[in-house]
Design a protein around this ligand. Sequence first.
Ligand SMILES: [Zn+2]
Length: 428
Amino acid sequence: MPGRPHSTVTPESAAPTDQLSLRRANLSRVIGHLREHGPRSRATIAAETGLHKATVSSLVDELLARRLVREAGLEHSGTAGRPGRVLTLDGATVGALGVEINVDYLGVHGTDLANRPLIQRRIPIDAAGAGPERAVARLAEAVRRALADLARAGAPAAGVTVAVPGLIDVERGTVLLAPNLGWRDLPLAERLAAALPARIPVRVDNDANLAALAEYTYGVVAGTADLVYLTGEVGVGGGLIVGGRLLRGADGYSGEVGHLPVDPAGRRCGCGRTGCWETKVGLAELLRLASPTGPPGGQVRDPDQRAREIDRRLAAGDPAALAAVAEVGRWLGLGGAILVNLVNPRVIVLGGYFAILADRLLPAAQAELDRLAVAGPAARCRFVASNLGFTAAARGAAGVVVDRVLADPTTVGTPPVDAPRVPPARTG
Ligand SMILES: [Zn+2]
């Protein structure tokens, strides 16, 4: 199990200053230990964490009462003494909701606390055409429906995190700029919270950052400490995991790789600048190159369907599609070389449409990366296709909710009547 990269966005996870925050931290430590190391007895938890046995018993009682852990059989350790009852992460009664809003779709991913998927859906929308007001209304409608579905499944959500392709002030939940949605200075967390029936914590984060966390936790290269995730949509974003932690930068705006200026003589970008990387490798450019006479797929706006349409044309040997993929693949490798020179990742994980066309894009991309990275093949960085598809950002978003609950288990369920009273910590 990889480390907890989300800790970079939890400013309140400071050192405990009193008894109650110490207990909260210890509850988190015990449940985190079970999550990371799997089922074990109270005695084993005490031995491994260094906590006193009586303390562990009291903490476990509270986690049992809050239905975050359950007992599951006996532990046969081979040592003397009677076997202890094994505890395991439960959390089937706590839901986590992640939603991604993108140019052409809403992605919804609901899980319980043990990451068992309960809801997965994609809803086609025209977020840019709708304007911020109507797009947020559509988002709120999808969130309300998903919250109701999670409640019906017996796992009311402890929070919702929204993934947005743009620059996000994570502390305030504000979208500073989302060029492809046409959003600027939108207080999304506040607007969405106001449109939801229950008082539920709402967070907002960058889609590529959340997708990178999902890849790091659940993806094909899970646990790889140095990885870059690339969203392949109309826009292109990057999430950078460096040394096992999400790289956010001084203001939280790192990873805007789609706007690396790579071609001064290039086309105008949605951000207003010229020759950004996404004007070379974004889905819109691929479609333009593959269909110089007009967009393929008629009214189909969904990027997934568009990419599959291109894939069918490639399989049929369509010369325009083949040339387009070769050209985009080369530019993908060029940008990849910049990332390799900058942060030396072990893998660059391709999401979105890149993943669907990976077999077609990778040969040109990998060759160009090896040619242009200053360390050459010595940098040992390879492109791989994500297997999380278009769900990566929404999965990462749900994962943030899970992590927040595990960081403060007192936010869910009911404590045992005799437990020390721990008021919930303030939420983001
Ligand atoms: Zn740009």
